[in-house]
Design a protein around this ligand. Structure first.
Ligand code: URA
Length: 423
């Protein structure tokens, strides 16, 4: 095979053969296909698309590039959740211990933030002492004893995706249904979960900005999971405005702990419960109500044991930013819109995210929301508080927020986020 022939095939909108796909993914992982060749192929896939059988073969080749985990020795059923990424999306933090409280093992192999979306591991690292890296046997032991693990995916899981995702990130080829679906599902199938619930985000803060493409992504991923023997369902949920009232690492841990204590913002609680019900049903437990475990302390108990098992102190004070500034309402009225993408970029610029893979993140940086879409404000009252350890970052964060907060004189109907459609 020749990489140029494979690129030409897709460039000319033809279907890649099974042999071409197996060869090019393997050769790229080994370094025999150059980054510039894969980058041309990724752009051809972005522009021309792939049919379902090509996507399935591409996914299988990415799974085959590395090792697979095996949870079949566990005494509990397994269920996992994956979000396609958003702003203020801290749901994994309360969700994993909540579902584990019902005897389901939740192996949540997570990532770090890149660009305007936050990463679960960056958030948990705000907890003093907490470690993201566990060995395969530590993961199995913690799943058996505690029930929930949130940790870094090992380097051996779908290494083709690790290389390809980094390349897509710098070549404008992220927002493609075949490439996103195969990237996510190769990791989830290689992880070996029995059940998977996908939270497919749609709106300005998501990769998929419109409902039709989010629905197509959801269907493609559900088919890939189902064909691989994973009980897979998907919810489509709104990401036009941030989830909850906090964006940023330590700030989001604080809000997650509020949810585990039976409080927290209603949208975060509703989405956590909706995803928990899907995961529990997929794991064969559809006769329980997860809401009870948020109010009676069972989910909090699993959270504390999960954090402690990974070296963290669940009772430690979370770090707080030394520098804060507020963004105030210019007029009296109702917040008509609070744009997820702008708030995500502001939080990133304040230091919560990274521009390059190797950059450090600030635990303390982020944005706190005082007035959400649909809420009333008076001129001069704070809408947002910006947090950072490095006050020279305020100016660039304010720049992106200009125009992101719309206050309307008349009450406007706010968009409800509850009840995503089940695909
Ligand atoms: N998350 C992933 O893991 N891969 C993508 O391509 C997009 C989001």
């Amino acid at each position: 095979f020749d990489a140029v022939d494979v690129i030409r095939t897709k460039r000319d909108a033809e279907t890649l053969t099974a042999e071409q796909i197996a060869w090019v993914v393997d050769a790229y992982t080994r370094g025999a296909v150059a980054e510039e060749q894969m980058s041309a192929l990724a752009m051809a896939i972005y522009l021309r698309g792939m049919d379902r059988s090509e996507i399935a073969r591409w996914t299988a080749a990415m799974i085959g590039s590395g090792e697979r985990m095996d949870f079949s020795s566990l005494s509990r059923p397994t269920a996992d959740k994956h979000s396609t990424g958003g702003v203020g999306d801290k749901i994994t933090l309360p969700l994993a211990p909540l579902v584990a409280a019902f005897g389901v093992a939740v192996p949540q192999l997570s990532g770090r933030g890149l660009g305007h979306t936050g990463g679960t591991l960056d958030k948990l690292e705000a907890i003093p002492g907490w470690r993201a890296t566990l060995s395969g046997s530590q993961i199995l032991g913690q799943l058996e004893e505690v029930g929930a693990v949130i940790c870094a995916a090992g380097a051996g899981l779908a290494p083709a995706d690790k290389k390809l995702y980094a390349l897509r990130d710098i070549t404008g080829t992220v927002e493609s249904v075949p490439l996103i679906a195969s990237s996510i599902m190769s990791k989830k199938i290689a992880e070996g979960t029995g059940a998977l619930v996908l939270d497919v985000k749609v709106g300005s803060g998501a990769f998929m900005k419109d409902l039709a493409s989010a629905r197509e992504l959801a269907r493609t991923m559900v088919d890939l999971g189902t064909d691989a023997g994973v009980r897979t369902t998907a919810l489509l949920t709104d990401m036009s405005t941030p989830l909850g009232r906090t964006i940023g690492n330590a700030l989001e841990v604080r809000e997650s702990v509020e949810v585990l204590a039976g409080g927290g913002p209603q949208d975060v609680v509703e989405l956590t419960l909706a995803l928990a019900r899907e995961m529990l049903a997929a794991a064969g437990k559809d006769d329980v109500d997860p809401a009870d475990a948020l109010t009676d302390g069972r989910a909090m108990d699993v959270w504390r044991r999960m954090i402690a098992a990974q070296g963290g102190d669940p009772h430690a004070q979370l770090p707080v930013a030394e520098h804060t500034e507020t963004v105030v309402a210019e007029d009296d009225g109702v917040v008509a819109a609070l744009d997820a993408y702008a708030v995500g970029v502001a939080s990133w610029r304040l230091g919560a995210g990274r521009a390059r893979k190797e950059d450090p993140v600030q635990a303390v940086a982020g944005v706190e929301i005082h007035a959400r879409a649909g809420e009333r404000v008076r001129a001069g009252e704070p809408v947002l508080t910006l947090h950072t350890a490095t006050p020279e970052r305020f100016a660039r964060a304010r720049e992106v927020l200009a125009g992101a907060v719309a206050v309307a004189p008349e009450p406007e109907r706010s968009v409800s986020r509850s009840g995503g459609a089940v695909v």
